[in-house]
Design a protein around this ligand. Sequence first.
Ligand code: F0G
Length: 481
Amino acid sequence: MNIVLSSGKTIPVETHKVRIVQKTFLVPSKRRLQAMEEAGYNTFLLRTRDVFLDMLTDSGTNAMSDNQQAAMMVSDDAYAGSESFYRLADAVKDVLGFAWTMPVHQGRAAEHLLAKVFVKPGDFVPMNYHFTTTRAHFELAGGKVLELFTDEAMNTQSSVPFRGNLDVKKFEAAIKEHGAGKIPFVRMEATTNLIGGQPFSLANLRAVKEVATKHGIPLVFDGSLISENAYFIKTREDGYAAKSIGEIIHEMMQCADLFYCSGRKSTSVRGGMICTNRKEFYDRLLEWLPVYEGFATYGGMSTKEVEAMAVGLREMTDVNVAGISPQFIEYFVSRLVENGVPAVTPPGGLAAHLDAKRFLPHIPQTQYPAGALAAAIYIASGVRTMERGTISTDRDAQGKEVLADLELARLAVPRRVYTLSQIEYAVDRLTWLYRHRDLVKGLTFVAEPPVLRFFFGRLEPLGGWGTTLAEAFEKDFGTEC
Ligand code: F0G
């Protein structure tokens, strides 16, 4: 809940209390340098014992509620026909309005099944923007992803509220060029992860749906952050301020022929699902579910998580649940901007993002500025962030480097996990790093996997800048932190 203080300043205030805590450690900068070297300058390869604030992702790291934990205790561990599944299916009917629900082990499993069933070699899949696993699955199936973002999408210093919109004119042109028969579906991602968690508007979703319907193209809705997107519609789109998150979600779902999500985000569990009202789609997907995931009533998820997902789905319609991360992110971004640190605006869902092209303008994209920034942030603060730029974009079929549209370092704000003082700590160290940005240079790969290279790739700092940065930090802050 945003509260205006007597000073006029707005701060997010939690509408929950913390009843279980987990200890974290701030290891000294010398150890952070060593840990970064051991991790090959890839924040995915750090061990959490060396991480102070884990802002790598909000995926599977949100704090669950007491009711979710309680639901896990009454889960029905049956291989087939589990009551836990029926409680999830009921929640889906109530919250999303779909008759058919298929659990899967996580979001990319849904993408795998959708690719297997719907995408053929030579197909085109238009979307407001891809996510890494989405593109990998659709392209492995022989399809080509069409990124139909608007002109404003790549402006990291924008005040446009819906930078995640799909450009409807580009969609119409793509249908004209390739033919509707080559387009198995159009995909809308709520919110666009790689554009900085930027939402789309309901007006845009409706316009996309109208064009899709005209050409008989189904609309696939990636609802991994559906409640956050609904929160942005409520707070940014004309005419929705008085509507509840639940009502807005229902309106969005009127446009979706197929819904899938990573349950690891909006529903605060570890799992995923595909839902639809079109029985023929469900039946085609169901054929493959037991091959890759599991029986229809658990789909690779633990029944404990199925129960918790049913509760999480209902809870995400509470405005204080849907809004908590966006409000913390808004505060985080405003503090960074106040200090002159180049954060992406407007703030979106899931994370505060730094624009590495503006933070480290001296590093060319071929030397991975966002990767260098993520490594430098860890050395300077113990905060773990994620590179979302060229390292996260695999080479093309000819082995040529593909430069990402954006170079972002992502500071994820998992729901209900970190406090404002921890955010203030991060702001301070990021500000210090910005003042010492000249010490940070590029990276080069020493081991580069061919697919989703960002997960396991190992890199080296050009000119050994990690040591110089750690020394500068120690000079200002001493040896302890
Ligand atoms: N779609 C979106 C929009 C996502 O953000 C993710 C995951 C997926 C699909 C895949 O789901 O991880 O459950 O298999 N995003 C995570 C992240 C990994 O860190 O942002 P998954």
